[in-house]
Design a protein around this ligand. Structure first.
Ligand code: SF4
Length: 406
């Protein structure tokens, strides 16, 4: 059976980090229970809600209809799929009461055919307590993704994070003790006040704690964040004057490549490294264009032929689901051209690269000439029909993608 991923969005945080551009809010905890109720209802009634909203035809509209032929390949009905990954992200979903998380997972099991190989919870270190961690394991959560960002308090404070270095050292043993065998750490390269030495220290401390998986993101300067706004107007609040330069960020990324490689991590996607066998099964679905359904405010879904996103405002989302409606804010039926672009961009993010032969066959196109220029410029490497980003160009992958589009 075809595999399906489920994403659940929990858009609540304790504070707003200075660099954050996500649709998340700091709300009273009394808002959590109604939100979880709405999510459970959306999951239970997703077929009717999607049909009424006019989206997810592959997921809901033709329950046992024929397999569709789309963009040259067969798209199986997600209805006939088995859910093997769940990702509860945010926001800070570890803020929820464990019984809320249990309810969400119970409803998923009752609504879909499931064979859950990977159930991830995003967590912030300061929210981890022994009782919670044990309850997460009982609920079936077998992977915790930690937003650590840095092991340096000065950087954490400047970024507006709630946790401190000591919280990381308190939380990880609690999770291990509870039986969590798959932990992922996120780091951000480019936080205000970060230096080569402090970054090297974060990488050293991370490797010593030996998580199974690591994500390294370059700080995104987005005008939607407080830090981004400040930088754009040349101000100094939020330590905007202490943000490393783009060249420094690229150097931090290369330091991470080296340190994580030496520590035994396999680099499998531009921003992701894993110990053998611990690649994120859920996130691989995004890069491989496999179907996933998102539940909750602002959650995105992909059926194979359509992409759509729920209303991002949590209060609007709850109110509409309570009135048996799903407010969809974005909806795109993919054309063959846009699906092809996705194949190239998402595929090239993976270090294994893309098989041009397969893509040419499935989309009925010829791509050789498009890749000749960037191959001779040293941006990508070719081996037979496989194309992958050159290792030394990973830190500037966006520039490669721009070149590919020219
Ligand atoms: S914890 Fe994450 S989602 Fe929440 S404010 Fe910080 S960066 Fe944004």
């Amino acid at each position: 059976m075809r595999k399906l991923g489920i994403y659940v969005q929990v858009p609540f945080c304790q504070t707003k980090c200075t660099y954050c551009n996500f649709h998340t809010g700091v709300v009273a905890s009394s808002r959590f229970a109604p939100y979880v109720e709405a999510v459970c209802r959306e999951i239970r009634e997703h077929r009717e809600l999607l049909r009424a909203a006019g989206v997810g035809e592959d997921l809901a509209g033709k329950a046992h209809g024929p397999i569709r032929q789309a963009q040259g390949k067969q798209e199986w009905l997600c209805h006939e799929a088995v859910v093997d990954t769940v990702y509860i992200g945010g926001g800070t979903p570890s803020l929820l009461d464990p019984s809320h998380l249990q309810n969400i997972l119970d409803v998923i099991r009752a609504t879909f055919v499931t064979d859950l190989a990977e159930v991830t919870l995003e967590a912030d270190p300061e929210t981890v307590q022994a009782e919670k961690a044990a309850a997460w394991v009982r609920a079936g959560i077998n992977r915790v993704s930690f937003g650590l960002q840095s092991f340096t308090d000065k950087e954490l404070i400047a970024a507006g994070r709630m946790h401190r270095r000591a919280d990381i050292y308190r939380a990880v043993p609690i999770l291990r003790e509870a039986g969590t065998g798959n932990i992922s750490f996120d780091l951000i390269a480019g936080l205000p006040h970060q230096t080569k030495e402090s970054w090297r220290q974060s990488l050293r401390e991370l490797a010593a704690l030996a998580p199974e998986h690591v994500s390294v993101y370059l700080l995104e300067i987005d005008e939607g964040s407080r830090l981004g706004k400040e930088l754009l107007k040349g101000g100094g609040r939020y330590s905007a004057g202490a943000v490393p330069s783009e060249d420094e960020m690229a150097e931090f990324y290369e330091m991470a490549q080296e340190a994580l490689g030496e520590a035994g991590y396999h680099h499998y996607e531009i921003s992701n490294w894993a110990k053998p066998g611990f690649e994120s099964r859920h996130n691989l679905k995004y890069w491989r264009r496999e179907p996933y359904v998102g539940f909750g405010a602002g959650a995105h879904s992909f059926s194979g032929t359509e992409r759509w996103a729920n209303a991002h405002d949590a209060a609007t989302y709850v109110a509409t689901v309570q009135s048996e409606r799903l407010l969809v804010e974005q909806h795109e039926m993919l054309t063959a051209d846009s699906a092809l672009e996705e194949e190239l961009f998402l595929g090239l993010r993976q270090l294994d690269g893309i098989d041009l032969g397969r893509i040419e066959r499935e989309y009925g196109v010829t791509l050789g000439a498009r890749f000749d220029r960037i191959t001779s410029a040293g941006l990508v490497e070719r081996e037979g029909s496989v194309v992958r980003l050159s290792p030394e160009k990973l830190s500037v992958s966006n520039e490669v993608f721009v070149e590919l589009m020219r």
